[in-house]
Design a protein around this ligand. Sequence first.
Ligand code: G16
Length: 543
Amino acid sequence: MAHFEEVSKQSDLHPKPAGLVLQYGTAGFRTSANKLDHIMFRMGLLATLRSKKTKATIGVMVTASHNPEEDNGVKLIDPMGEMLTSSWEDYATQLANTEQDELLTTLKDIIKKEAIDMSREANVFVGKDTRSSSASLSQAVLDGVKALGGHSNDYGLVTTPQLHYMVCCQNTQGKYGEATVEGYYRKLSQAFSQLAKNASNRTDDQKHLSVDGANGIGAIKVREMESHLKKHMQLSVFNDGSRGKLNHQCGADFVKVQQELPTGIKINPGDRCCSFDGDADRIVYYYTDSQGDFHLLDGDKIATLISTFLKELLNEAGLDLKIAVVQTAYANGSSTHYLEKTMKVIVKCTKTGVKHLHHAAQEFDIGVYFEANGHGTVLFSDGAEEKIQQLANDANINDERKKVAFLLQNTINIINQTVGDAISDMLLIEAILAIKGMTVQQWDAIYSDLPNRQLKVKVSDRRVIDTTDAERRAVTPAGLQEAIDDLVKKYQKARSFVRPSGTEDVVRVYAEADTQESADTLAHEVSLAVYGLAGGVGDEPKP
Ligand code: G16
């Protein structure tokens, strides 16, 4: 068929370096940008097949999110705006790694296995972040779509969650919203204005928020949105890409892992601040106190704030809906304890990667999911949305319940339910703080984090580490888990685990304990165990 000839011809312009093998990771493929041209072309092909198979629009986002500027990557978006279904990740890996002369055979195998009707139309939405490599790499995606006869819509520079949102809007025929960036701004800002009306009068200081844009796409987009928010919010955007390097000493990942202020931000003690990551799908909050000490409010604190707010609204509304919080092994022990014991909500733990959390959250009427790194959102089941809608339309309820139903409706509208979204999460958090008349310090005081530390260890092949129990225990290499168990026993309230990263070529180490000193020492000792037992390379980890 003509398409296959075209694929063959075009793929010669996007050749795979012989022997290069890449794995589909936590959120798609991610590595140095110069190794990705063929991957992008082939993901354009795969997205076209997926579109034909699902009879829906599929998204392809060119981004390496929190990774350094030199890296790039690709995230594939399924019809309802969620991450690509795991059963297709294998096809992505096969297509990525098949040698040049085998590409058509692999492609035809997938078509056969999935019984794809190639005469169907295909539609692919493409977006990119601000990396210098993103322009040519997203062109490679577009080339792949075109080679297989698919239609594409190139949205250019967008945040990852904006693209997820637009895919969902398109596939719900506009029910979820308008599939444009402007439509996204309108929907979220209208909901924000409605929620903000329920806040008592706030001073300009109270409306002020400092945003660290990680020198990435989030800074551009939050600036674009600013005019929609004027009356209710005052933003100061730092690290807006005009000077610094993407994610370099700034952004949500830096702030969370280093537990310190990003570079380039000018704030006073007590000021409320937040950081986005490189593609604006993560957010963390923080402030400094009068002693200059840094206080982080990460994904766990965000999940607690949001679920407390929702639980209170459900009680006031008299709605019996099951609410749960989904976390990963990185969740601070204090947060899990608070959620289970004080708030009495169901808490679930999944493997790292929003795709896992998203699916777990779908099992409840309302599923609040957040990774500690600030990646998360809230999912409302169709049934829950219907009940809220019915309540809002009920002519027999009193004004108080009507107001609560209205708050719940606008909360649903402000949330990007397709994926974690720094801008949407920021607006929701700002609205909750305003409605509750709460300062960032009061929010922080809901519970105290256990001191913790995250480290990275370089090993020759991180796949030697295999884990179980939602990544909380290492199965291989032999002896590693026993070593971790022995080390953990030495400290109070201690916990530690290791896992291979799916976005960087490192093993991640997490430790928490009753004091910062203990958490730091434990993390270092576990790093040494990883280095010794899992084939560490380079210098031994230093304390
Ligand atoms: C991606 C995923 C997140 C994950 C993070 C780190 O985030 O979407 O779910 O927590 O990678 O993953 P890992 O520890 O496996 O490297 P992002 O924001 O970088 O796309």
